[in-house]
Design a binder for this molecule. Structure first.
Ligand code: 5GP
Length: 194
């Protein structure tokens, strides 16, 4: 998605530890016009699928997924991050190791919000090692629902998450795939469209 890639080149900031900061238009301040184009693009990419609901994870996935859900005319469910083990049988749960904070947390969704046999589209802002996406897949599969697709705004293609998900056969679409980035030189190179 050219508009997104141009914006990343213009306003993305590189930080040590392979972090790409997009706080001025995605993760802190949000450019809603751009996010609207993101939602439209996800609709175009997954137009052949019947989507019953969208699943993301708090916090930064919510805004993007909310806009996307309008295009699919379906509910949005977001997994809540929880430190507590005080979870009853009415919850779907996965443990996720956070790439940015190097901590493990639980992601939980009430069973009543994802039903057996439904087609669920997973949406998130970033894909790095794939821990967040794998946690969300686990939650969908625990519910007996199907992962209809995975839509990612920015994939860091030099980390393994995307490769492993594609190898497992998931229908993963990323709007911008960063092939490599150099913090010292401040350069970002995108992978060509697939
Ligand atoms: P993964 O679980 O795939 O390793 O990492 C994905 C999650 O970590 C995303 O939900 C995102 O919040 C965060 N993340 C990973 N890499 C980056 C990055 O370079 N920049 C930002 N802003 N967040 C990242």
């Amino acid at each position: 998605m050219d508009l997104l890639k141009e914006r990343i080149l213009k306003d993305g900031e590189l930080r040590p530890g392979n972090i790409l900061k997009v706080d001025s238009f995605v993760n802190h301040q949000m450019d809603i016009k751009l996010m609207n184009e993101v939602g439209k693009e996800f609709k175009r990419l997954f137009a052949d699928r019947k989507i019953d609901r969208i699943l993301t994870i708090e916090a930064s996935g919510i805004g993007i997924a909310a806009i996307t859900a309008q295009y699919f005319d379906c509910p949005l469910v977001f997994a809540k991050k929880s430190q507590s083990l005080n979870i009853d049988g009415a919850m779907l749960l996965a443990n996720i190791e956070s790439f940015t904070y190097k901590k493990t947390y639980s992601a939980v969704v009430a069973k009543k919000y994802i039903h057996e046999g439904e087609n669920v589209l997973i949406i998130d802002d970033f894909l790095a090692n794939g821990a967040a996406a794998n946690g969300l897949i686990e939650i969908v599969e625990q519910a007996g629902a199907n992962v209809a697709g995975i839509g990612i705004v920015i994939e860091k293609g030099f980390q393994d998450g995307g490769k492993l998900l594609r190898e497992r056969g998931y229908n993963l679409k990323s709007l911008a795939i960063v092939e490599n980035m150099d913090v010292e030189k401040g350069t970002i190179v995108f992978r060509d469209e697939e």
